[in-house]
Design a protein. Structure first.
Length: 413
């Protein structure tokens, strides 16, 4: 098979992509609630929805296209509303894992902000523990399947990523209380303190309960909320061997990605869409913008800082991106960066990992070799919740299975 030949799209390709072992290492729990489940819990808890049918919610809330990031983010108000009890968190996490398993995802890292679910009935430990219970139940059930027990298919594994926000308002009981008890703190200090509290909680809960909390994340509006405001939290995570991933370059320029790497020790970058956009560099001290980007890309490539690419999400939230063919994934691949394809939000973006890979194949000239690299990077650059020897063994098992599935097909590298 010619590994340099561009993969051609035909009817047999999608079933093949569904079968290959995949990862999703950038996916938000609250963006993946099944609509049927959202409706069911809303009825139980008497939560007001714009519609109590799947079609109605798809028309009014979870749309095919969004006007901007703000409209996209409004959907999370509805999903978070049904995630305020332990049993609901457990159910949603369980179903999310099942949805991934059913399309061949062998490894996933679920990220969420516990602060959005802490209330009078749940503290941080309860929130994370019940999300883990749902994921663990799905894992145990899947790994009892005959084809997994026999070694024919790789087992399913997962990690949990706790997510801090660059800025916030009284979005939840926790945030409202946090704001109220820090009356004399300015906004930037307040945001940083909240992130530090989460980092400390994540490490303590990981160590006390042995939960697979594998990384710390930062999300939210980049403009006006620089990474350095959250340095204490990420330094604490760094000192306690908690991996770091940061949303950066999603709606702001290359300096945001630079800050994530230098100020927050980021091992991976969420989105990184504007990495190569010189027009997004507003720092007057950067005279040669082209060289700045070249050096930044070289640094990312050399250190294998992996970029978690979310195609559909970027298309939906960025009005300047008119077609996926203009997505910076092409330049990332041309510069041989470590990239992996992720969903971001399965429900909100109405997508799957299979869909995202198909979009990449349809819009970019991927070869069998480049496709395999993208898939394998998801496993290799994961924050696997076990020792390095176990991770290597698991990655090798997934690669072997990938090679057996694609052998003799048009994507055989």
């Amino acid at each position: 098979m010619n590994q340099d030949k561009t993969i051609q799209i035909d009817a047999k390709l999608r079933p093949l992509i569904e079968k290959i072992p995949k990862t999703d290492i950038h996916v938000h729990l609250d963006g993946c609630v099944r609509l049927e489940t959202l409706i069911d819990i809303a009825r139980q808890e008497r939560i007001q929805l714009p519609s109590y049918t799947v079609d109605g919610l798809n028309e009014l809330v979870f749309k095919d296209d969004y006007q901007n990031l703000e409209e996209y983010l409004k959907t999370f108000g509805y999903s978070c509303a049904v995630m305020q009890k332990p049993e609901h968190l457990e159910r949603i996490a369980y179903e999310m894992a099942q949805d991934n398993q059913n399309e061949g995802v062998c490894y996933m890292e679920v990220r969420f902000a516990p602060q959005l679910h802490i209330n009078a009935d749940m503290n941080m430990k309860t929130v994370i523990d019940h999300v883990n219970r749902g994921l663990e139940r799905a894992q145990k059930e899947y790994n009892q399947r005959p084809e997994v027990k026999s070694g024919e298919r790789p087992p399913f594994h997962y990690g949990i990523i706790t997510c801090a926000l660059r800025s916030f308002g009284p979005y939840s009981e926790y945030y409202k209380h946090f704001i109220d008890v820090h009356t004399y703190s300015d906004r930037k200090t307040l945001f940083g303190l909240c992130s530090l509290e989460l980092a400390q909680g994540a490490v303590k809960i990981r160590d006390e309960l042995g939960l697979p909390i594998v990384a710390f994340d930062l999300a939210g509006a980049e403009a006006g909320n620089p990474a350095k405001d959250h340095w204490p939290a990420f330094q604490f995570a760094h000192e306690n061997f908690l991996a770091k991933t940061v949303h950066a370059g999603e709606a702001y320029g290359p300096p945001s990605i630079f800050q994530a790497i230098t100020d927050l020790h980021a091992d991976r970058i969420g989105h990184g869409f504007y990495l190569f956009d010189t027009s997004k560099i507003n720092n007057e001290t950067i005279v040669d913008k082209d060289k700045y980007i070249q050096d930044l890309a070289q640094y990312i490539a050399d250190r294998r800082v992996t970029i978690e690419v979310c195609l559909t999400s970027n298309l939906q939230t960025n009005p300047t991106l008119k077609t996926l063919a203009d997505h910076s994934l092409k330049e990332m691949l041309d510069n041989e960066l470590s990239v992996t394809i992720c969903t971001d939000n399965r429900t909100v973006s109405k997508t799957t990992v299979t869909n995202e890979i198909m979009l990449a194949l349809q819009n970019f000239k991927l070869t069998p070799k480049s496709l395999k690299n993208v898939i394998v990077y998801g496993f290799k650059r994961s924050f696997f919740p076990d020792d390095y020897a176990s991770k290597r063994q698991y990655v090798r098992q997934c690669i072997d299975y990938y090679e057996s599935v694609v052998a003799g097909t048009p994507i055989d590298a």
